[in-house]
Design a binder for this molecule. Structure first.
Ligand code: HEM
Length: 504
């Protein structure tokens, strides 16, 4: 039996180690001169606490105000708020590698190649992304427009039901169900049934919500406690179910792909959707570029995770800010009504038509600026020669990144009213200069591969809804609540749906 004195000795060793580490981290560490909270400079516990609080974006904005554009958010990690540093940190030539923050986000083994989001090495990433990047161009995504339209029609049917019943609708949840079903159409050949059955299909939304805190906590934790955190998911009620759901989603990806390509009679062969385009790559040059069925399954799986929460967050931001700013809502409604009256708006709305509505485009940009989907620092590793950021030299192997929800509030770029929802800024200001600073889809070589899917959804559905309904907060005084776990998800969008008399 191990005697108590062994534990006492061990405790002393730990205490001495910690004191030595703190002295080093504060006085001799290469990042010692970068300001920030004391705890962050000596331990990642500070970052983990922010994840529990769920408001890192606010904390970071406050810290940058207090300390300046470069702050220390972990012993080995810096966050930068200076817009001019975007081209340094997310440079396209000799791009910086991602950090191990990204590893826990996909633990399924579909392929020997990692998916794009979790591939750390930029060179490997470039080689793989080149194989299928073209599938995600806007023109290619728009080949699937009719499948998105199917989802939009069903969404509007559901809105009609809520309008007729005069009952509160959890718009936030419905928008996520819509986003899931669109991914179903594009990658799986059919909607999953979220909207059809008016419920959270196989509890996927609930599972993602349960899993997200564990994943993000693991991602920000020091390497040596990561396994422990993941294992703790096994004892927290509901989390085991969520882990199982993850497997179910993985299995669904495998089954759908297998079914689609085994059964050619299924009238899916000629669908111009993402799945078929990925399959064509596999058939035409799969062996040459090593792009197998597992890689297709992986793309579908990642789309479910990366493309449902994020798109729903974007939708919620647009509708919430419109409801809270009735003048902006009225102006958008007027623009949509006029286009409809002039015969410039189909039903459902075509992407090309929506893209010709300047105020609509401004509303979407403004909503994604004020509430981007990702609201943590997108960390990169400094290269062999080190990196100069904000006049500070950072040696090789440290982490530095930018948080979209900090940079998007820069008053020098967006104006003194940067905190407000004012879509008109995109029509009267220097839109090109503001555009350059937008990080809502990331930056550099790692920009979001699925952004055109989301942009197509946002541009098509919003005018379709605005034309046919007026959406109001059920309780006008209420504000949403948000929880920042990398994706900054909102809650509390119970709305009243009022059917409008159509114009045009
Ligand atoms: C409004 C919706 C969306 C937002 C706000 C969003 C946001 C982002 C951001 C900020 C990044 C960069 C992350 C980083 O550098 O750390 C990213 C990357 C990525 N996103 Fe999205 N995303 C959206 C929709 C989608 C959709 C629909 C898909 C899939 C179909 C998708 C798949 C990906 C993938 C695979 C990456 C990694 C790309 C790479 O490194 O090559 N996203 N996204």
């Amino acid at each position: 039996m191990i005697s108590i004195s062994v534990f006492v000795h061990l405790a002393w060793v730990l205490v001495v180690y910690w004191i030595a580490w703190i002295v080093y981290a504060r006085n001799f560490h290469p990042l010692r001169n970068i300001p920030g909270p004391w705890l962050a400079s000596v331990s990642r516990v500070w970052y983990m606490i922010q994840m529990i609080r769920g408001d890192m974006e606010k904390t970071q904005r406050r810290l940058h105000e207090q300390y300046g554009p470069l702050i220390r958010i972990a012993p080995n990690e810096l966050a930068c708020a200076a817009p001019e540093a975007i081209k340094t940190i997310y440079r396209t030539q000799g791009a910086l590698n991602k950090t191990d923050f990204y590893i826990p986000w996909n633990t399924q083994n579909f392929s020997k190649h990692k998916d794009m989001f979790t591939t750390l090495n930029d060179k490997t990433h470039a080689e793989r992304r080149r194989i299928f990047n073209h599938v995600y161009t806007l023109s290619n995504i728009l080949k699937s427009e009719k499948y998105i339209d199917k989802c939009s029609d069903l969404f509007l049917e559901r809105l009609t039901e809520y309008a007729n019943a005069s009952k509160p609708m959890d718009l936030g949840k419905w928008l996520q169900m819509y986003a899931f079903d669109v991914i179903g159409e594009l990658y799986f050949g059919r909607m999953f049934g979220f909207m059809e059955n008016s419920h959270d299909h196989e509890s996927w939304i609930q599972s993602l919500d349960l899993l997200m805190p564990f994943v993000v906590m693991t991602a920000v934790a020091p390497t040596y406690v990561r396994q422990l955190i993941l294992m703790s998911a096994l004892v927290v009620p509901g989390s085991l179910k969520a882990l199982k759901a993850l497997d179910t989603i993985g299995k669904a990806s495998r089954d759908c792909v297998a079914k689609r390509f085994a059964n050619k009679s299924e009238s899916t062969e000629n669908r111009a959707d993402v799945l078929n385009q990925l399959y064509s790559i596999h058939l035409e040059k799969g062996e040459k570029v090593d792009f197998g069925i597992g890689d297709i399954e992986q793309e579908s799986y990642v789309a479910l995770f990366a493309g449902s929460d994020t798109t729903a967050i974007g939708f919620r931001s647009v509708f919430y800010h419109l409801m809270k700013n009735p003048e902006a809502y009225d102006r958008l409604q007027q623009e949509v009504d006029e286009a409809a009256a002039n015969g410039q708006l189909s039903s459902p709305v075509a992407y090309a038509e929506a893209n010709r509505l300047p105020y609509l485009c401004a509303c979407i940009k403004e909503a994604l600026r004020l509430h981007p989907g990702v609201q943590l620092t997108m960390a990169r590793l400094t290269p062999a020669e080190g990196l100069e950021v904000c006049g500070q030299y950072i040696p090789v192997g440290y982490r530095v990144g930018m948080n979209p929800a900090v940079v998007h509030y820069d008053k020098a770029v967006f104006g003194e009213d940067a905190d407000d929802f004012r879509p008109a800024r995109w029509l009267e200001g220097d839109a090109a200069a503001m555009e350059k600073v937008m990080l809502h889809f990331g930056a550099g070589t790692r920009t979001c591969i699925g952004k055109n899917i989301s942009l197509a959804e946002l541009h098509k559905l919003i005018p379709y809804v605005v034309r046919n309904f007026r959406i109001e907060m059920w309780e006008p005084e209420k504000t949403w609540t948000t929880r920042n776990l990398w994706f900054c998800k909102q809650e509390g969008l119970d709305v009243r749906v009022i059917a409008r008399k159509k114009t045009g």
